[in-house]
Design a protein around this ligand. Structure first.
Ligand SMILES: *[C@@H]1O[C@H](CO)[C@@H](O)[C@H](O)[C@H]1NC(C)=O
Ligand SMILES: *[C@@H]1O[C@H](CO)[C@@H](O)[C@H](O)[C@H]1NC(C)=O
Ligand SMILES: *[C@@H]1O[C@H](CO)[C@@H](O)[C@H](O)[C@H]1NC(C)=O
Length: 564
């Protein structure tokens, strides 16, 4: 009751101050507004933030031609297009993404009139994001905002946010958004669930790299064209990948790979604590199922710290860091086993994140994500009435990987997130599949999901009873977190063969995966479902479904699909 009152009070307060400034300035427009503080956050009360506290804000500028980049990204990723494989150079991407000169000068003039000099920083490789650091007092005036302090209950993360903000009307065509402002984004959830209770006794119950070689036809031969084919693994939430645990894991499961290791790249104050009790189960899983599956492919663990400023815990920062690396040294595949619930991201931020993945795809880098572990209830299981799509699962430029279990082989397990985005429409590469599936549902779940949204996951892989070494002990984990590194490893191994054949790497995968030759490389999964929100969730069926996508990969069939 108290909380409700507080929320209402804050809303009217923010509205009032913005209205007052509207009168003063005469030309402010509200860019974003939230109606209430999300329940996971608490207002720290007046005095929670001082007027002198410095805020680092990012001003996202309008692009020159983002639709043009979208068209080119699809063209270079579609095997039926004559431009297939012609990935764009950084300079070519810049042509589309960088702001027009008039945008830069309009924004600079506006900021200068407030006594602010935007420092062009390396926050975006294409100069489409300006970063400024100003006191709360000045930010309130600049943006007609009312910044206050909030705390995310479960993580204890403090955030300074406003319930609404605006910009002068004449800046509207130049600015996409300013963040962090109204985004109450919880830290990303990882998609690995607690260790399975039973210790598996046989290969049927114990998924390890050897079993994956059998089930998906993953070769054990070491990749030979490694230097230009790096597999990157995203690390968030203070999860460190432990070298000693990896060595023990390889000793147990891939003695032929003993000595293989990974490099670490640190971003935004990220760390690399190698003490055994700082080993992260998620980070260890992700590293053990890349180094241990993508034999001979160099793996880089990207440890993202607390100093991110993109409003999405570094999900955009990591893309910018990769795009800034020299071609030939930067990764060709990025695997991420963390995500958000789509509804926790404001639309402009979700779109910016998806545009970042589009840039990766244009550059020839595959972005592969775990679909999440909450079934139709989101990235983790939640209380819900309507289905909760995960993010960035709904972004059409990523490949979302759902989970299967090997017992019985290829039946979908119970947690694999899947569904339909409320933010992004169904992309053309999957229209026929989504229409067929939605038609098959009839009126089931009518109103609980979005019939015209982008459907996910795209594919699936093993995610149950996965053997890892953690803090020196063998343990077993579940989750689509397992599926993403496994699928990413298979793609990295296909890339190695393509490089050997003098062909371009795969880049943005989906138009290939959904093509006739692409889908023939997958074993359809036709049983299982993904319960959530007090329903049984969607069911796996013949053909694509929002539980297991097109199915599980077969390595040799993938080689055939790419013409090898
Ligand atoms: C790499 O080269 C070695 C030695 O020629 C060969 O045995 C191995 O099969 C090659 N790996 C691949 C993936 O082709
Ligand atoms: C990030 O912040 C958390 C919470 O304050 C802290 O425990 C952790 O050590 C920080 N991580 C790094 C890499 O500094
Ligand atoms: C459903 O998806 C479409 C396409 O992305 C979108 O325009 C619409 O707003 C969504 N509906 C809801 C209720 O979110």
């Amino acid at each position: 009751m108290l909380l409700t009152w507080l929320v209402l009070a804050l809303v009217s307060c923010a509205k009032a101050s913005l209205a007052a400034r509207n009168v003063d300035v005469g030309s402010m427009v509200v860019l974003e507004r939230v109606s209430a503080i999300p329940p996971a956050f608490t207002h720290l009360g007046t005095g929670g933030v001082s007027a002198d506290e410095e805020l680092t804000l990012r001003i996202a500028l309008s692009h020159s031609d983002i639709e043009g980049l979208q068209e080119r990204t699809y063209a270079v990723s579609d095997p039926a297009n004559s431009l297939y494989g012609g990935h764009l150079s950084t300079e070519e991407i810049a042509e589309f993404v960088q702001p027009r000169p008039e945008t830069l000068s309009a924004v600079t003039t506006w900021l200068t009139s407030h006594g602010i000099s935007p420092v062009p920083t390396s926050v975006s490789p294409f100069n489409d994001v300006l970063q400024i650091t100003i006191p709360v007092r000045q930010a309130n005036v600049l943006l007609g905002a009312d910044f206050q302090a909030f705390v995310h209950e479960t993580s204890g993360t403090r955030m300074v946010r406003t319930l609404s903000y605006g910009i002068p009307a004449k800046m509207e065509s130049h600015i996409r958004y300013v963040h962090p402002t109204t985004a109450f984004v919880p830290p990303p959830a990882r998609a690995a669930t607690s260790p399975s209770a039973a210790i598996p006794a046989s290969c049927a119950f114990d998924t390890n790299p050897g079993c994956l070689q059998d089930v998906f036809g993953v070769p054990s031969a070491k990749a030979n064209h490694s230097s230009s084919n790096v597999l990157a693994v995203a690390g968030y939430a203070d999860q460190y990948a432990n070298e000693a645990d990896l060595a023990q894991f390889l000793d147990n499961t891939r003695p032929d790979l003993v000595g293989s290791t990974f490099s670490v790249m640190m971003l935004a104050g990220g760390a690399n604590d190698q003490s055994i009790f700082e080993a992260g189960d998620e980070a260890n899983l992700d590293i053990q199922y890349t180094v241990g599956v993508a034999s001979g492919v160099p793996v880089t663990f990207i440890s993202v710290g607390n100093n991110t400023q993109d409003g999405v815990s570094g999900f955009i920062d990591i893309v910018n860091a990769i795009l800034t690396m020299p071609v030939g040294k930067r990764p060709t595949v990025l695997s991420t086993s963390y995500g958000f619930n789509e509804q926790d991201l404001p639309v402009p931020l979700a779109v910016a994140m998806c545009n970042a993945y589009m840039q990766l795809g244009a550059a020839g880098i595959s972005a592969i994500f775990a679909s999440g572990d909450g079934g139709v209830g989101g990235v983790q299981s939640t209380t819900c009435t309507q289905f909760v799509p995960s993010a960035p699962g709904g972004c059409p430029f990523i490949t979302s990987v759902g989970g299967t279990t090997n017992v019985p082989p290829h039946a979908a397990s119970l947690f694999s997130s899947g569904g339909f985005s409320n933010y992004f429409p169904t992309p053309s590469y999957q229209t026929a599949d989504v229409t067929k599936y939605v038609d098959s549902l009839g009126t089931l779940y009518q109103g609980l999901y979005n019939k015209s949204g982008r459907g996910f996951p795209d594919v699936s892989a093993a995610s149950h009873d996965i053997e890892i070494v953690w803090e020196g002990d063998v343990t077993f984990v579940d989750g689509t977190s397992c599926a993403s590194p496994i699928f990413a490893s298979i793609i990295a191994l296909v890339n190695d063969r393509l490089i050997a054949a003098g062909k371009p790497v795969l880049g943005f995968l989906n138009p290939l995966l959904y093509s006739t030759q692409g889908r023939s490389a997958f074993t359809d999964v036709t049983s299982g479902n993904n319960p959530g929100c007090n329903t049984n969730g969607f069911s796996a069926t013949a053909g694509w479904d929002p539980v297991t996508g097109l199915g599980t990969p077969n390595f040799d069939a993938l080689l055939t699909a790419v013409g090898l």
